[in-house]
Design a binder for this molecule. Structure first.
Ligand SMILES: [Zn+2]
Length: 276
């Protein structure tokens, strides 16, 4: 089965940086447990930064490709245009390169979500609902991948964060740890940024599954920075693992306007008064 490897991501990142010199920069924000580089591409020259991440769960293997497709599409279409003088996109295509590589290369591990220490990075962030133990890790931010993202957030103040997962073709916006005002804006922005995609907003009661814990990267972001944060789930619910890489094209086509939609939502919604 064809797949988009960790090495493919690194070499595509290099190409993009070369082709769009001055628009795209690539930096290493940290290293995984097995010492693989975790890279972040910064596209644009604007002071308003938007974070996009993928590949927190190893097996969700189409999203790194989808984010790299976004970068090429928008770099091609908007090079030298006003979009990138006002905005920058901080894009981390693969936060969990060890888990990703294990899920892709070991046929017994096609459903593997965790990092090399057996921790679910998306339950390891220091948020209100974080619970230690099991696959959440002994303590919050115990994992190098978790800390790499936290440090990237802290060194690049931003106005929005979207984390990509699979499956369901939907968007999570509700945060029980946040106030009513925050959630009202979240809902409105969620609808705006997914416009035209056919992705549905997940109802508040389904924010966290029964018995599950918090500690998601989006929980951490909204509670810490008080700015909008969403989870987008690509691919139909019934998609099997390993995921067929051609599903990346489907997801990209449906979500192609996402970055433009984000920018117009931010321009309209007075995001700077979000925490007041
Ligand atoms: Zn996931």
């Amino acid at each position: 089965m064809d797949y988009y490897s960790y090495e493919d991501i690194l070499s595509d990142a290099k190409k993009l940086q070369k082709e769009y010199f001055g628009l795209i920069e690539c930096e290493t924000i940290g290293y995984s447990v097995q010492k693989r580089k975790i890279i972040m591409l910064i596209m644009g020259c604007g002071y308003r930064k938007i974070f996009l991440t993928a590949g927190i769960h190893g097996r969700e293997s189409i999203n790194p490709k989808v984010l790299m497709m976004f970068i090429r599409h928008y770099a091609e279409g908007y090079y030298g245009k006003p979009l990138f003088s006002k905005y920058s996109f901080c894009i981390i295509p693969l936060l969990n390169p060890d888990g990703y590589t294990e899920a892709l290369t070991d046929s017994n591990k096609a459903g593997y979500k965790l990092n090399h220490n057996g921790v679910d990075i998306n339950r390891n962030f220091p948020s209100v609902h974080y619970r230690s133990g099991g696959t959440s890790g002994e303590y919050a931010a115990s994992e190098p991948e978790t800390r790499a993202l936290i440090m990237a957030f802290k060194s690049h103040p931003s106005v929005m964060y979207i984390d990509f997962h699979s499956r369901g073709e939907c968007i999570y916006y509700y945060r029980s740890a946040m106030g009513e005002e925050y959630n009202k804006k979240q809902r409105a922005i969620a609808e705006e940024i997914t416009e035209g995609s056919g992705y549905a907003a997940v109802p508040p009661e389904d924010e966290i599954d029964t018995g599950d814990t918090g500690g998601n990267s989006v929980h951490y972001y909204s509670e810490t920075f008080k700015m909008p944060a969403f989870t987008i789930e690509t691919a139909p619910c019934n998609t099997l693992f390993p995921m067929d890489i051609s599903l990346a094209d489907d997801a990209f086509i449906k979500l192609k306007n996402l970055l433009c939609n984000i920018v117009s939502a931010i321009d309209k919604k007075d995001i700077y008064s979000y925490n007041q």
